[in-house]
Design a protein around this ligand. Structure first.
Ligand code: PTJ
Length: 253
């Protein structure tokens, strides 16, 4: 479908078309489209920009990835479709490994997502052969690799449901989430919750990582100054204010 660049929702419409095409290609699951729509709704409440609290969480995420011994970025169908290349740039900047893990898993789909991410990033990904299982997860997403997720100390998990984040936090892994829903189980289980749109968040984390690299004292300072609960509460207040402002603007008309 041809979308006019003058359309006020041009970017959103182009992304939707891309996500729909990625369903046809077998990368995004059909319910991935529903997940995407939920994300868009929350993004409205943030004015579709990276708010200061998100920027702070993104800087902290960069610091946490840089100070990890075995950082892993886990990628599902939605994340691959939206930001494979950018997630590869982040992996390079932080020395993280990339692992593909799917909720709606089939062997064929797993290979397709691995192929796409390897093509877009130029990096070898983990996940084609899953030789381990994470405890406490009642879905196919428990399947992982012993070299990657199972032995990771810091895990970045963009947009997923919360079972895995909770299970990983339980076994002492540090979790960074990227999820526009401030109330999702993933967000609530995370040590560093980034409430921002994936395609804005990832390049910004990379930018912070490039700035913090080789500065261990500053990196430590960033980590110790961050209070995830306070930051999350501030994002929620911002969303409420966004709604209130919307109501006020309407009644002024
Ligand atoms: O590819 P699979 O099979 O592993 O399946 C992936 C999905 C996304 C379908 C699966 O993990 C899922 O059902 O996720 P949920 O429970 O819908 O959670 C996705 C979360 O991501 C929701 O809280 C959305 O608000 C959020 N979200 C969606 N799109 C974006 C987003 N957050 C940031 N940026 C986005 N672009």
């Amino acid at each position: 479908m041809k979308i006019s660049k003058d359309h006020p929702r041009y970017r959103s419409l182009v992304t939707r078309e891309r996500m729909a095409a990625m369903v046809d290609d077998g990368i995004v699951s059909t319910t991935g489209l529903i997940a995407h729509g939920r994300g868009e709704a929350f993004d409205y409440l943030l004015g579709e920009v990276t708010v200061p609290e998100a920027d702070l969480a993104e800087r902290t995420a960069a610091a946490l990835l840089l100070s990890a011994k075995r950082p892993v970025i886990t990628i599902n169908g939605n994340a691959a479709a939206l930001a494979a290349k950018e997630l590869g740039d982040l992996a390079r900047a932080t020395g993280a490994q990339i692992e593909i893990n799917l909720f709606h898993r089939s062997e064929e789909r797993l290979m397709k997502v691995c192929d796409l991410v390897e093509r877009e990033t130029g990096l070898k990904v983990l996940g084609r052969e899953q030789d381990a299982v994470l405890d406490g997860i009642a879905s196919e997403r428990a399947r992982c690799t012993s070299q990657g997720l199972l032995s990771a100390d810091v895990v970045l998990i963009p947009l997923e449901d919360g079972d895995r984040a909770e299970a990983m936090a339980k076994v002492g892994k540090k979790v960074i989430s990227i999820d526009l829903n401030p109330l999702s189980r993933t967000t609530l289980a995370a040590d560093v919750a980034v409430v921002d749109e994936l395609t804005r968040a990832v390049p910004n984390i990379t930018r912070w990582a490039n700035g913090l690299k080789g500065r261990p004292q500053e990196t430590k300072g960033v980590l110790s100054a961050f209070n995830n609960q306070e930051n999350l509460a501030a994002v929620m207040r911002r969303m409420v204010q966004g709604l209130e402002k919307g109501t006020a603007d309407r009644s002024e008309r």
